[in-house]
Design a protein around this ligand. Structure first.
Ligand code: NAD
Ligand code: ZN
Length: 344
């Protein structure tokens, strides 16, 4: 079968590999679509000797059940399914407490990332993938070629938003930085599940137009952005900032506009940093900061439910799987609105 394989630094190629054989508790999924995440760009920048060189990428996948293992009773051939991002065990303390994105088995302390398809195990940018029956969710009426990004581009914002749910009151202001693949879903999730006011920040005016069409106030990411946000919030700052970019300007913005007692979620992995001094510092009292990873199965089910009733919608740009290199280049060049989905 054809796969999108990380062959060397910043390079992916179509590599032919055998269709995987399934174990008794596994399902062979015929991939209908695999989302291309900005994380894939970060992953292929890990050099020629990264442990991921040679592996099939793709952590957002959906398709149809093609074959089931001898012990699998839950799925039948033809079922449309979403492949889980976090390959959690379902049995450790964290999983049992509903914190499965921190699964002790999938995510030992210090791991690059929790075990996920395309990040350590064979990924979804391929014609087929073998996954445990447990790591599938039903898509219902959703078309897998459009729904694949729900596995990360919707799951991850859904989770980040659920960690600040108590702050999203009707009189709250939430700032979303980066209205790309994750951000355009985050925007719709906040709009669909809260009455909070949304300020969307991006460097691309087209992304701001999109955000404004969804009821947000769009603010261009530049040197004046922090002052604009403070002005909009009568000097108090934003109750919640979710940074879907993580570059230096976005980290600076998050820290400079967060309200006293507010919450920052650093989702983006763009290499920005901030210094913290335990003392009388600029960071307001009571600020809560978290570095969330992906999401829990409960977040996944919630995002699926919102998509199934049409409250959130992934803006998808389809590329043939064989054009993966061009897709990576176009995402890197910032040409994409919404999410690229590679179709085998
Ligand atoms: P994307 O390329 O689709 O979107 C990025 C957006 O950020 C674009 O709209 C771009 O115009 C905007 N942007 C760039 N620089 C900006 C700036 N200085 N200020 C404001 N906006 C700016 O990327 P994506 O797939 O949505 O991923 C976003 C980030 O999230 C990546 O770093 C990715 O690795 C990370 N990520 C993290 C997790 C997690 O679990 N923590 C999961 C998935 C992705
Ligand atoms: Zn991702």
């Amino acid at each position: 079968m054809r796969t999108v394989t990380y062959v060397k630094h910043k390079t992916v190629e179509i590599v032919h590999k055998p269709i995987p054989a399934i174990g008794s508790d596994e399902v062979l999924v015929k991939i209908a679509g695999a989302g291309l995440c900005h994380s894939d760009l970060h992953l292929i920048e890990m050099g020629d000797d990264s442990p991921l060189v040679g592996s099939t990428l793709g952590h957002e996948g959906a398709g149809y059940v093609h074959e089931v293992g001898t012990n699998v009773t839950k799925w039948k051939v033809g079922d449309p399914v979403l492949v889980s991002l976090v390959l959690s065990c379902g049995e450790c303390r964290e999983c049992l407490a509903g914190r499965d994105s921190q699964c002790h088995v999938a995510s030992p302390r210090g791991a690059l990332a929790p075990a996920a398809p395309g990040i350590g195990t064979p990924g979804c940018m391929a014609e087929y993938i073998a996954v445990k029956s447990y790591h599938l969710d039903p898509l219902g009426d959703l078309d897998p070629a459009d729904a694949a990004p729900l596995a990360d581009a919707a799951l991850t914002p859904m989770h980040a938003i659920n960690t600040v749910r108590d702050r999203l009151t009707g009189d709250a202001t939430v700032v979303l930085i980066g209205i790309g693949g994750l951000g355009h879903m985050g925007l719709q999730i906040v709009a669909a599940t809260s009455a909070a006011r949304i300020i969307a920040v991006d460097t691309d005016p087209e992304k701001l137009k999109y955000a404004e069409s969804h009821g947000a106030l769009g603010i261009l990411s530049n040197k004046e952005a922090a002052a604009r946000i403070l002005e909009e919030t009568e000097g108090r700052g934003a109750d919640v900032v979710i940074d879907f970019v993580g570059v230096q300007p976005s980290v600076n913005l998050a820290v400079s506009v967060i309200a006293q007692g507010g919450a920052i979620r650093f989702v983006g992995l763009g290499g920005g940093s901030f210094a913290y001094t335990a003392g009388i510092v600029e960071l307001p009292w009571g600020v809560n900061i978290e570095r969330p990873y992906g999401g829990n199965r409960s977040d996944q089910r919630e995002a699926l439910a919102l998509a199934q009733v049409g409250k959130i919608h992934v803006d998808v740009v389809h590329y043939p799987l064989d054009d993966a290199s061009r897709a990576f280049e176009d995402l890197h060049a910032g040409k994409i609105h919404g999410r690229i989905v590679l179709v085998p």
